[in-house]
Write a protein that binds this ligand. Structure first.
Ligand code: BG6
Length: 478
C-alpha cells in the first residue's frame, strides 16, 4: 500500500549512511510501489552539487549497494526524477530559501538528520526559523544518540526545545529487522510460548550478535565508542527488551515503549569484573584492531560478553547472556531461549537442567526453530535425540521473502506513516545510558586492557568460561 505523498529532506544526503542505506532503501520502496511517484527526496549537504550531480551520486549508490536482481534501470530513472539537491549551510543562511522552495504544502514533511549530533541544534533552529518544520513535521535522528547519559540528555533537551516527542524518530535499525518484529509476533500471537516465558520455565537466554568485519575506516568513531556504546547500549538492549518485556496492552507506540522502559529500569547494575572485554588481535594477513584504528595503545573493546539480570517478578533467576564482537568466526545473530527440563526423567536420560530451545535467527537465513526431543528412530529402545522444528522464512514464504523490506526501508516508511512503535523514545535512550554509564566508567577506571583474541574465533576463552562456571555453554552457531 503506497504511503502518503511526502517531501523528505536528508541532511547529510551525500554521506556514507545515505549512500549505503537510506537512498538504496528508498529506491527499493519506490520500485515496490510503496513510495509514491510524486514524493520528493531532497538531499541537503555542504557539497556544491546540482540536481543532476546528486542524481548521479544516487544512481551510483543504488548500483553499488543493491544486487542486480533488486534493481532495474527503468525504475531507477523514474526514481531519480523524484530526487533533488540543495547546498545548505547548517550553521549559516546559505541554501535555506532554496530548500523552502522545494517543500510543498499538503505533503508529509520529514527531515532526516544524518549528520553529526553536534549539528542537531543548528538544524532544528534553522528549520524553525525558516518555518520549515511545523507541528506535523517529523525529525529522524540516527545513533549514536549521545556518548553517555549527560550528552544524550542534552540532545533530548535540544530537540525538545523545537519539537514535540511525537515528532522525533530515533532510529535503532535493529528494530526494523524482520525477525525482530517477528519476535513480538511469535510471543504475543501464539498461546504456546507466553505461558512458559518466565523464570519458572526458562533456564536462561542467549543473545549473540557476531560480525566478521573489523572496524577499518571507522576508527575515529569506533575507538571512542567500543562495543559497549556501539552495540550494547542500543541494539543488544533493544533485543533484550523485546524478549523480556511484559505484553503491551496493544501494539501501540507508547504501550510498547512503556514496557521496554520498565525492562531497562529493572536491569541489575554491573561492574567491570562481571563482564568479558576483548579486542581482536592480528591474524594471518589481517591487521589487529590497534593497527586498524592507528592507535597502538588503544584499550577499546571490540568484543563483550556478559550476564545481564532483569530484577523483576517474571525474570528473577533467569540470566540473559549477551555477547557481541567484530572479526568473529561468522556473521550470525541469534537469540536462544533455553527452557528448563521437564521435572522428571522417565526415560532415565542424563540431565543438565536445560531442555527445549527456541532459536530466533536474525541473520543470515532469518527464521525460527524450536528444538524438541524425540525418540531416536530404530529399534534401539527409548533413546532420545534433539531435532529442530525448523521454519526458515525464505522457505516458508517463498518468493515473498525476497521482497521483505530491509530495516531502513521499513523504518523510513514508518516515519512517513507516522508510526513510532519501532523507534526509541527519549526516556528509553536515557535509561539505557543510565544503566551502562557506570559500567563503562568502571571499565575505564579499572585500567585493565581488553583480552586479545584471534580473528576468526568466538572471542576470548573467558567468554566461554563465563557460561561454564554456571554449567552452561554458548550454543554452537553455524
Ligand atoms: C551499527 C554499528 O549500528 O550496527 C556497527 O555501529 C555494526 O558497528 C552494525 O557493524 C551492525 O548492523 P547489522 O545490521 O549489519 O547487523
Amino acid at each position: 500500500i503506497p504511503v502518503d505523498v511526502f517531501d523528505l529532506v536528508i541532511f547529510g544526503g551525500t554521506g556514507d549512511l545515505a549512500r549505503r542505506k537510506i537512498l538504496p532503501g528508498l529506491y527499493r520502496r519506490f520500485r515496490a510501489g510503496q513510495m509514491p511517484r510524486d514524493a520528493r527526496i531532497i538531499g541537503a549537504a555542504r557539497s556544491e552539487l546540482d540536481d543532476a550531480g546528486y542524481r548521479a551520486l544516487v544512481a551510483e549508490a543504488v548500483r553499488e549497494h543493491l544486487e542486480p536482481e533488486k534493481r532495474d534501470e527503468e525504475s531507477l530513472a523514474a526514481f531519480l526524477e523524484t530526487v533533488h539537491y540543495v547546498t545548505v549551510d547548517a550553521r549559516g543562511d546559505a541554501g535555506w530559501k532554496e530548500l523552502c522552495a522545494l517543500i510543498r504544502e499538503g505533503t508529509v514533511h520529514a527531515f532526516y538528520f544524518s549528520v553529526a549530533p553536534s549539528l542537531f541544534g543548528d538544524l532544528a533552529e534553522r528549520l524553525r526559523a525558516h518555518r520549515l518544520a511545523d507541528g506535523k513535521a517529523r525529525i529522524v535522528v540516527e545513533k549514536p544518540f549521545g556518548h553517555d547519559l549527560e550528552s544524550a540528555r542534552e540532545l533530548n533537551r535540544t530537540l525538545a526545545r523545537h519539537f514535540d516527542e511525537s515528532q522525533i524518530y530515533r532510529i535503532d535499525h535493529y528494530l526494523g529487522k524482520e525477525t525482530v518484529q517477528n519476535l513480538m509476533a511469535v510471543r504475543f500471537s501464539n498461546i504456546l510460548f507466553e505461558p512458559l516465558w518466565n523464570a519458572q520455565y526458562v533456564d536462561h537466554i542467549q543473545i549473540t550478535v557476531a560480525e566478521t568485519v573489523g572496524v577499518a575506516g571507522r576508527g575515529e568513531y569506533y575507538d571512542k565508542a567500543g562495543a559497549l556504546r556501539d552495540m550494547v547500549q542500543n541494539h543488544m538492549m533493544q533485543l533484550l527488551c523485546l524478549i523480556a518485556m511484559e505484553p503491551p496492552y496493544r501494539f501501540d507506540p507508547d504501550a510498547v515503549r512503556d514496557e521496554k522502559l520498565k525492562v531497562i529500569r529493572a536491569l541489575k547494575p554491573l561492574t567491570a569484573r562481571d563482564i568479558v572485554r576483548g579486542q581482536y588481535d592480528a591474524g594471518p594477513g589481517i591487521p589487529s584492531y590497534r593497527e586498524d584504528v592507528g592507535n597502538p595503545d588503544s584499550f577499546t573493546e571490540t568484543f563483550v560478553a556478559m550476564k545481564v539480570e532483569v530484577s523483576n517478578w517474571r525474570w528473577e533467576g533467569t540470566p540473559f547472556y549477551i555477547r557481541t564482537g567484530k572479526r568473529l568466526k561468522a556473521r550470525a545473530s541469534e537469540i536462544a531461549v533455553v527452557f528448563r527440563e521437564p521435572p522428571h526423567a522417565i526415560f532415565g536420560q542424563p540431565r543438565d537442567g536445560q531442555g527445549n530451545v527456541l532459536v530466533i535467527r536474525l541473520q543470515p537465513n532469518e527464521g525460527i526453530n524450536l528444538w524438541v526431543r524425540i525418540k531416536e528412530p530404530g529399534p534401539g529402545g527409548m533413546r532420545l535425540v534433539e531435532v529442530p522444528l525448523d521454519m526458515s522464512f525464505a522457505e516458508a514464504l517463498g518468493p515473498a521473502a525476497a521482497e521483505v523490506p530491509e530495516a531502513y526501508e521499513r523504518l523510513i516508511m514508518d516515519v512517513i506513516r507516522g508510526n513510532q512503535t519501532l523507534f526509541m523514545r527519549g526516556d528509553e535512550v536515557e535509561a539505557a545510558w543510565a544503566w551502562i554509564d557506570p559500567l563503562i566508567a568502571d571499565c575505564e577506571s579499572c585500567g585493565e586492557p581488553p583480552i586479545l583474541y584471534e580473528p576468526g574465533s568466538w572471542g576470548p576463552e573467558e567468554s566461554a568460561m563465563l557460561m561454564h562456571r554456571e554449567g552452561r555453554r554458548w550454543r554452537e552457531i553455524r
